[in-house]
Design a protein around this ligand. Structure first.
Ligand code: COA
Length: 194
């Protein structure tokens, strides 16, 4: 993975639940709050991801199925991006051969990035990377509390798969769009802790 802090890009800075606070912050990532955040105009170009944020996110929160974090501009409540995390497992059989050495033959505990999207108006400016890094930092934090072998994603299409592969996500054998990034690799990135 490249250095996550690239001077040529806007430097979004996370608040409260992430640490990299700075007075000049342009962006923040916050836990989704249905009373506070305005999702009405969100459009990432993929209807199913728009619809999930519009109609499903509150149920997933309420039923403890996922925690969603939204990207907002400093001082705004308008959602410009989001990701959702859940606890999940990856089948031992789907791990690549070079990843199973020394592991017991059990399903692997992972953090699933169930959704990740940026509003079309802001794509290509580094915010997808920013959200992904925030999710990885959160997963690394969680891995200090419970066993987490990796972060898992189900890329929604080929483009999404290419996006994740830029960050060294590896393919699982059960589905070409099923990818994971071992926690051992995430730790090596030395991301700022949450
Ligand atoms: C995929 C998505 C989250 C990327 O967000 P973004 O803000 O446009 O991406 P960034 O600007 O942070 O790009 C980060 C890097 O990934 C690359 N990248 C972005 N989208 C890519 C794609 N579809 N294929 C390959 N690379 C991609 C960028 O070129 C950039 O690399 P670079 O700095 O070397 O140029 C966004 O395009 C999106 O919301 N798409 C629709 C929803 C979706 O597909 N979500 C994927 C998860 S299911």
């Amino acid at each position: 993975m490249r250095n996550p802090t690239r001077p040529s890009r806007p430097q979004p800075v996370v608040t409260e639940n992430s640490v990299a606070n700075s007075p000049s912050s342009l962006w923040s990532v916050e836990p989704f709050d249905r009373q506070q955040h305005d999702r009405s105009a969100f459009d990432c170009g993929i209807p199913i991801l728009n619809e999930w944020l519009a109609t499903k996110v509150s149920q997933f929160e309420k039923k403890d199925l996922a925690r969603t974090y939204v990207l907002v501009e400093a001082g705004s409540t308008v959602v410009k991006g989001y990701y959702a995390l859940s606890n999940h497992t990856v089948a031992y059989e789907s791990l690549p051969a070079d990843q199973v050495k020394g592991l017991p033959q059990i399903d692997m505990p992972v953090v699933l990035i169930g959704k990740l999207a940026v509003d079309r108006s802001l794509q290509g400016q580094g915010l997808g990377e920013f959200l992904l890094i925030d999710a990885l930092r959160r997963a690394e934090y969680l891995a200090t509390k419970i066993g987490i072998r990796a972060v898992e994603v189900d890329a929604i299409n080929e483009a999404a798969k290419r996006f994740y592969e830029r960050y060294d996500f590896l393919s699982l054998s059960d589905d070409p769009h099923h990818l994971f990034l071992p926690m051992s690799i995430i730790r090596k990135l030395q991301l700022p802790p949450l």
